[in-house]
Design a protein around this ligand. Structure first.
Ligand code: BES
Ligand code: MN
Ligand code: ZN
Length: 517
């Protein structure tokens, strides 16, 4: 079974590497060749390739060369970095993902990245530090290596039998500069932490919903809480009833499996408690969304196992906050339940009473995410948060509006939205803000109850979802909603995101936000 690669840093490497990794910039015509020299033994090789049409360092391209024993390594992998002027951390990250793809295809076991020389960045006129590039490259490589194969019986059967042990590829980052080496090790630590947190998020999101039921995620959350030093409390449906969470319970009413609300808390152990802020992260955890009585069409309904990705993202962000030891208190609230249609399921036209006291006429049982979130958002206020961010696969409409390049953010506080966007930008995760004018709520008023859960037409769906949630945010509480429905799975254009299944996007954004807030 393939395991995530092991990242190491060393002052030197003289052992038997099988593959040297060499970053190669593309040189634009007419520019001085010497601008970005590739130092050392690979210079002539790279020059030869540059002159040929085969490999010129275009971003996204890779060239594997097997030497057959003569060179310092068995082989080398030239990784295209593109034009120097267009280079960025994100380009380094995707280069890392590309490198992994080729390393795996060529069955490399021990790859070496010479940060000082071969990874031809030094001397490059850019704002980017050596360190930032190495970190982003490592991150792309390890995030790109994720595979979801726990239900492949062929691989499971092979485990333990001779010659088929777990395969760990090692990637060694070498730098002789002592100061740089220490910093690099710290950066690699950060990357290893992201890889672990995002692995959890992706595993959760990919879990089929016959296994990934609310109780399963509650148990998993307890396990990770113990492992990473988080406080953990699990509310059963009985306890949710005591909290008067009528919307949460209404959605789960037609399901055989019971819902759970999981509350995690991270409190920093280091540093002063004086300016300690509290960030509340709230996640939608619909373990399967059939649509309920307003049932969904069959086509691609299997993707609705991913409808708990908001909660999975919160779990990942909690683990990452703990591993990064962010200086703020972080509360994670995950609402898990199934949206199913049985004889006791909520019906269109039913009225439910929320924890906040407001009543909702459920026009469409498929607009269930906003219902469960309304109750847990109200609950989140009890933790006296300085900022509340909810994350949800809330609407198909967000993909219609923005496609699969970014998620949407909406909220009641532009400073908060800006801060989250900045956190996203700093780690290559795109976020775009949509407006949230109160007029969007006009046609969501109900004749029977305080409000309906959908508008009268199908327009502005992502905004309608958010404006519904806003009714449950108290004045003075800074809140942002992230609709990740189009980004939770099936993002195919990034080398460090698996082509199929869960992406694990926005885990880093949220932890980064919690760190900088
Ligand atoms: N979980 C879905 C949203 C979704 C759709 C996520 C496609 C990922 C891919 C959500 O619960 C839902 O069904 N939303 C409805 C809302 C509508 C009934 C107002 C939708 O988007 O159609
Ligand atoms: Mn739905
Ligand atoms: Zn849903």
């Amino acid at each position: 079974m393939w395991k995530l690669p092991i990242l190491e840093s060393r002052p030197s490497f003289s052992g038997a590497a099988d593959t040297d990794l060499v970053g190669v910039f593309q040189e634009s015509a007419g520019k001085v060749k010497k601008a970005i020299p590739i130092k050392g033994v690979y210079a002539p090789l790279v020059e030869r390739f540059r002159k040929s049409e085969v490999f010129q360092g275009a971003h996204g391209s890779v060239q594997f060369v097997r030497f057959g024993g003569k060179a310092p390594a068995e082989s080398c992998l030239l990784v295209g970095l593109g034009a120097p002027a267009e280079f960025s951390e994100e380009k380094a990250r995707t280069a890392g993902g590309n490198a992994w793809g080729k390393l795996k295809a060529e069955k490399a076991r021990l790859a070496v990245v010479h940060v000082d020389t071969l990874f031809g960045v030094k001397g490059l006129k850019t704002e980017l530090s050596h360190l930032a590039v190495a970190r982003a490259f490592a991150e792309g490589l390890i995030l790109g290596a994720y595979e979801y194969n726990k239900h492949k019986s062929s691989l499971l059967a092979a485990k333990g039998s001779k010659g088929s042990e777990d395969t760990h590829v090692r990637v060694v980052f070498v730098t002789a500069e002592k100061g740089l080496r220490q910093q690099l090790e710290r950066e690699l630590d950060h990357v290893r932490a992201s890889a672990e947190a995002i692995r959890i998020t992706r595993d959760w999101s990919n879990e089929p919903s016959n296994i990934g039921i609310p109780e399963y995620f509650a148990n998993e959350a307890r396990k990770y809480a113990r492992q990473y030093g988080l406080k953990c409390k699990v509310l059963t449906e009985r306890e949710a009833a005591a909290e008067k969470m009528g919307l949460f319970l209404g959605v789960g009413q037609g399901a055989e499996r019971e819902g759970r609300i999981v509350v995690l808390e991270y409190v920093p152990t280091r540093g002063s408690k004086k300016n300690l802020k509290t960030v509340a992260l709230v996640g939608k955890g619909i373990t399967f969304d059939s649509g309920g009585i307003s049932i969904k069409p069959a086509l691609r309904m299997e993707d609705m196992k991913h409808d708990m990705t908001g909660a999975a993202t919160v779990m990942g962000a909690m683990v990452l906050s703990a591993l990064w030891q962010v200086p703020n208190r972080v509360v994670g609230i995950m609402a898990f339940t199934e949206n199913m249609p049985d004889g006791t399921a909520i019906q269109p036209g039913n009225v439910l009473k929320s924890r906040a006291g407001k009543t909702v006429e459920v026009i469409n049982t498929d607009a269930e995410g906003r219902l469960i979130l309304a109750d847990v958002l109200d609950y989140a206020h009890d933790f006296r948060p300085d900022a509340v961010i909810d994350v949800a696969t809330l609407t198909g409409a967000v993909g219609i509006a923005l496609g699969k390049q970014c998620c949407a953010i909406l909220g009641n506080d532009d400073l908060l939205a800006d801060a989250v966007k900045r956190a996203g930008e700093s780690c290559g995760e795109r976020i775009w803000q949509l407006p949230l004018w109160d007029e969007y709520f006009d046609d969501m008023k109900s004749d029977t109850a305080d409000m309906k859960n959908v508008g009268n037409d199908g327009q502005g769906g992502a905004i309608r979802g958010a404006i519904f949630l806003k009714q449950f945010i108290k004045k003075g509480t800074a809140w942002a909603h992230m609709d990740i429905a189009s980004m939770s799975n099936g993002v195919t254009h990034l080398s460090y995101i698996p082509k199929k299944g869960a992406t694990g996007l926005y885990v880093r954004t949220l932890a980064r936000f919690a760190a900088d807030f």
